[in-house]
Ligand binder design. Structure first.
Ligand code: BGC
Length: 760
């Protein structure tokens, strides 16, 4: 179907409000587009003012006046919280909520009614340039973080715009790439987190993505914007376009879009003409206008005359989230660094040296439309010096190799000389904005060669090198990098990341972050690798359900660090798992004990599998998690609820969600590959029984309620069934084919099918 054809069917999901129907047509049309870059139109006949929207998601990027999209760095100062990559590594709903509440306060202070976030697309490939803005490769974790964020922000009176709906999992060709994806993968992986946030948190707005899905641009995709979002999930809010995603406003409004952003005078005129010509269903225009009016009312109801907020307190919120986000990947005992040792001993070399440009010029957020102009910025170098005194520093490299080869050599040599004198080195490595950003994908997963070289040279003179990484998505960890005595993945941590990193290094904070994305050994191990980013404007999600750890586990592929991994300076024991059925879902309870000598936080993860599954499933999937903070020797009983919705799969025969009956195994662990406890529970499920037809096989009939006995009776005496060698083959032949090969009459088969259908 040509994507510019307006959908004929009107959207009937909601009755039209008479007040909206009575608005002048020109006013309705105007409401469906922005007034400028960041403002909607108001509704003068209803006395409603325009509202302002701003990026998001990890801090406010509010531009004064009409705003200039290209001036990405020109926004009012705002607290820069950890971007989604860091926030998700906390696995803390509480942190997501605290950050969202603080951003909401800043939005209200700036007169902003909607924050354009959170970004919640699935990290299908580590190469996606915008992974820093997304939560996880796992839909459950992405959904939980988004639900917490959206609820907290909206309870504080500021709307959200969950984005980018949907299947915007790459930056290559993002404006036009067409995604092919099978039905189960679409619902179970890529729409699942959006479904969770819509059904559980009702975001004020959903932002539709730039790309196309199955041949139709999302901005004109009736299936996604109307059927799935509104009719199946009951979305009550407004669908806004990503900036510049709309090419034909009439087609978009007809399909389910409510608001085109930013302003586009030509599109407004074209829509007016299409409405005049009767090409846009009246209900569709009314639905869109009603959604904008509702948003204007929501904005007006929460408009706050106060200006300003507690900058200091918000910095502390950013700090607390950053503390929880740091993932201790490996540690042979060198960490935490002992504070007294850090002081220089007179006459000897320094106890500690800091090397790496990112220590002084931190990489703390991603590049593109989410760029925040921070209120403060801590550096790890200053924070380390705040704890350990005058620690010497060498840059070691210039990010992006901007300063030329000889300058790079000089920086490395200076760093090696320093490392040779120091007892311990903390080395800051990572990716610069030149390789990861909105708007383009990475071409590999490598750390820049100059940094690998620096690490090798430092290790040649000092084997006590602790590495801290700053990057927005997984990088390949070379064998040398994996061999260092301690490795911290600090992702992008926002403006307080420097303090948080220093506190973890010295053990003032016990690390507790967990990987929200697998760190594979190499790019080609990633299940999507051979299907990313597609070609000539189209991409096929050929790995299907097997995204990230789902595919890696299915193949038993070794990884550098598995999904969910993250160490602590203490240890936790898991015991006494009790698994019960609860409202068609499951409840797992276990006792977690801090068995070490420091207080710490553990994230207990629940993975579900169905050992004898009749349908294709990954070996295990995250379906619940809980965080617990424990003092040394303290124990707590931790409960994880896994509602039936989490266990549902998409039944493609009936186009609905269902829990397949069977034995469910729940494994509790400290990562997806560190599973400590396991238990099983039988669930009846609620799979719809689809009518048996001539294409149904004996095997399928036997699995239906009452089917087995009827089948045995029907096929008694059949040579094929009595012969044990042929039975397996016969069980898989559609029952209608038994006319020729089995000698049955068609009428007999029909009567048998009637009995089978009557029994279920
Ligand atoms: C981005 C969105 C962003 C919008 C407004 C687009 O280019 O994809 O995430 O909210 O610009 O800045």
């Amino acid at each position: 179907m040509p994507s510019s054809t307006p959908a004929a069917e009107p959207d009937t999901a909601r009755p039209v409000d008479p007040e909206i129907a009575a608005l002048p047509a020109a006013e309705k049309v105007a409401l469906t587009g922005g007034a400028d870059f960041w403002h909607t139109h108001g509704a003068p006949s209803l006395g409603l003012e325009p509202v302002m929207v701003s990026d998001g998601p990890h801090g406010l990027r509010s531009q004064k006046g009409e705003g200039d999209h290209l001036g990405l760095h020109d926004s009012v100062p705002a607290t820069c919280f950890p971007p989604a990559v860091g926030l998700a590594a906390t696995w803390s709903r509480e942190s997501a909520a605290a950050v969202a509440r603080a951003i909401a306060a800043e939005a209200l202070a700036e007169g902003v009614s909607v924050v354009l976030g959170p970004g919640m697309n699935i990290k299908r490939s580590p190469l996606c340039g915008r992974n820093f803005e997304y939560f996880s490769e796992d839909p459950h974790l992405a959904g939980e973080m988004a639900v917490a964020y959206v609820r907290a922000m909206q309870e504080a009176g500021v709307g959200t715009s969950v984005k980018h709906f949907a299947l915007n999992n790459q930056e290559t060709d993002r404006m036009r790439v067409d995604v092919s994806v099978d039905e189960r993968t679409l619902h179970e992986i890529y729409l699942r987190a959006f479904r969770a946030v819509v059904t559980r948190a009702q975001p004020w707005t959903v932002m539709c993505s730039y790309n196309s899905v199955r041949g139709t641009s999302v901005a004109q995709n009736r299936f996604l914007l109307s059927e799935v979002l509104r009719e199946q999930w009951g979305f009550e809010g407004l669908v806004v376009s990503d900036w510049g995603a709309v090419t034909d406003r009439a087609a978009s409004v007809s399909a389910g879009l409510d608001l085109q952003m930013p302003a586009d005078a030509g599109a407004e005129q074209a829509l007016a003409a299409a409405v005049e010509a009767g090409k846009v269903p009246a209900e569709a225009l009314d639905r869109a206008a009603a959604a904008v009016v509702r948003l204007l009312r929501q904005g007006a109801a929460h408009r706050d005359e106060r200006t300003g907020y507690d900058v200091e307190a918000h910095h502390r919120v950013a700090l607390e989230a950053a503390r929880r986000a740091i993932v201790l990947l490996g540690n042979d005992g060198i960490l935490p660094l002992a504070e007294p040792d850090a002081a220089a001993t007179p006459g000897e070399g320094p106890q500690l040296a800091v090397i790496g440009d990112f220590a002084a010029t931190p990489r703390y957020q991603g590049a593109g439309s989410s760029h925040v102009n921070p209120t403060r910025l801590s550096t790890a170098l200053d924070a380390i010096r705040g704890i350990a005194g005058e620690v010497p520093f060498a840059r070691g490299f210039a990010p992006g190799g901007t300063e030329g080869e000889s300058a790079g050599d000089a920086l490395r040599e200076e760093a090696v000389a320093l490392a040779g004198r120091a007892r311990t080195v903390v080395l800051f490595l990572g990716l610069g904005e030149d390789v990861e950003s909105e708007g383009f994908d990475r071409t590999d997963m490598e750390l820049p060669a100059a940094q690998e070289r620096l690490l090798e040279d430092l290790l040649a003179v000092n084997d006590r090198v602790v590495v801290v990484l700053s990057n927005g998505s997984a990088i390949r960890l070379s064998p040398v990098l994996r061999s260092v005595p301690a490795l911290l993945e600090a992702w992008l941590l926002g403006q307080a990341g420097g303090e948080a990193t220093a506190e973890v290094l010295f053990g003032r904070v016990n690390p507790s972050g967990k990987l929200a994305e697998t760190i594979p050994l190499r790019l080609l191990d990633v299940p999507s690798a051979l299907h990313f980013p597609g070609e000539r404007g189209s991409v096929t999600y050929g790995e299907g359900l097997f995204v990230g750890y789902r595919g890696l586990d299915a193949r038993g592929t070794e990884v550098a660090f598995p999904f969910g991994h993250g160490l602590s300076f203490t240890t936790f024991a898991f015991a006494d798992l009790a698994l019960t059925e609860q409202d068609g879902g499951l409840r797992a309870e276990a006792t977690i004990t801090n068995t070490g000598r420091r207080a710490g936080r553990e994230v207990v993860q629940a993975y579900v599998s169905v050992p004898d599954s009749r349908i294709t499933r990954p070996p295990r999937e995250l379906k619940g998690f809980a965080e617990v903070e424990l003092e040394p020797r303290e124990s707590a009983r931790v409960a994880i609820d896994i509602p039936a919705e989490e266990l549902q799969v998409r039944d493609v025969r009936s186009d609905s969600w269902a829990v397949v009956g069977g034995t469910y195994r729940v494994e509790l662990g400290a990562s997806s590959r560190d599973l400590r406890l396991s238990a099983e529970q039988q669930l009846a499920g609620d799979e719809p029984v689809v009518p048996a037809t001539v294409d149904t096989t004996p095997q399928e009939i036997a699995a239906r309620p009452g089917g087995e006995a009827l089948l045995e009776e029907f096929l008694a005496g059949s040579a094929m069934f009595e012969d044990p060698d042929m039975r397996t083959m016969a069980e898989q032949i559609p029952i209608g084919r038994f006319t020729g090969i089995g000698g049955y009459e068609a009428a007999e088969i029909r009567a048998f099918l009637d009995r089978v259908n009557a029994a279920s």
